[in-house]
Write a protein that binds this ligand. Structure first.
Ligand code: ZN
Length: 261
């Protein structure tokens, strides 16, 4: 009898502040159930992904301890309400990333509390909301995040983000975007933080149908699988005994017993 080779289910939570869709009819026409639902519906077509959503105005922003404990990869979209995200929730998310949870940060979430906190940098950029075309060039063709994508993705209309992007040098640069206006931008980048993996992916301004684009959906799904570590490691800075005999310690009585935690 041959054992099943089905991949393990990856538990994904798609988080969205879900404000533009309720305030701007133009955005609501593109995303009637919210951007989170469009992204979740696309991911939900893949048998190895189990997808839920959470939004800012739910209690604890929908990110209770139970939800976070059952999340392997968290996707984050925010823009107009970064400041309303509770610091306690940000701290919990950061702790889960350090334990091994994956985090995919989309578009204007470059200024989210969680991304800035994990990057330790300004995360600033230049921008223009006009009628630019965006071409995202794949600059790391062997990377799992760009599997099945080809040499580039072209988006007929998108908001422009330009350099300098205030991020620490990425571990891996996956996409570089070109815009009609002449700018370039590091639009797909990865970092390790603690035991977790972080992927920033630029496209997704709310007034354009970017998250309906099959290639964009494919990159997000690939990103989920790349960011999934399956790890849950809690580093608690233990005070450990030596494995081998040590020389006599004349200062033993004066050693600190204070925890480093
Ligand atoms: Zn935008």
């Amino acid at each position: 009898m041959i054992a099943s080779t089905a991949p393990p289910t990856i538990r994904v939570t798609v988080w969205n502040e879900f404000r533009h869709e309720r305030a701007n009819p133009r955005v609501a026409a593109i995303y009637p159930q919210g951007m989170h639902q469009t992204i979740a519906d696309a991911l939900g077509r893949d048998a190895d992904l189990s997808v839920r959503t959470a939004t800012l105005d739910e209690p604890e922003h929908g990110l209770t301890d139970a939800v976070l404990e059952q999340t392997d990869v968290l996707i984050w979209w925010g823009h107009m309400a970064h400041a309303e995200v509770a610091d306690a929730v940000v701290a919990k998310v950061r702790r889960r990333v350090h334990e091994g949870m994956g985090l995919i940060v989309l578009h204007s979430a470059h200024y989210s509390k969680i991304f800035k906190s994990l990057m330790g940098d300004t995360c600033s950029l230049s921008w223009r909301e006009a009628s630019d075309k965006e071409r995202l060039w794949v600059v790391c063709p062997g990377h799992p995040i760009v599997r099945g994508i080809g040499p580039f993705i072209e988006l007929p209309v998108e908001e422009m983000y330009g350099e300098p992007f205030g991020i620490p040098t990425p571990d891996e640069l996956v996409f570089i975007s070109w815009f009609t206006g002449g700018e370039v931008f590091r639009s797909g980048a990865t970092w390790r933080r603690g035991h977790g993996r972080v992927f920033y992916f630029r496209p997704g301004h709310e007034t354009y149908p970017t998250y309906h684009n099959p290639q964009i959906q494919q990159v997000i799904a690939n990103g989920v699988r790349w960011a999934h570590t399956g790890l849950r490691i809690q580093d608690d800075a233990p005070n450990v005994a030596a494995l081998e005999p040590l020389p006599a310690d004349p200062d033993a009585a004066h050693r600190s017993t204070v925890s480093h935690v």
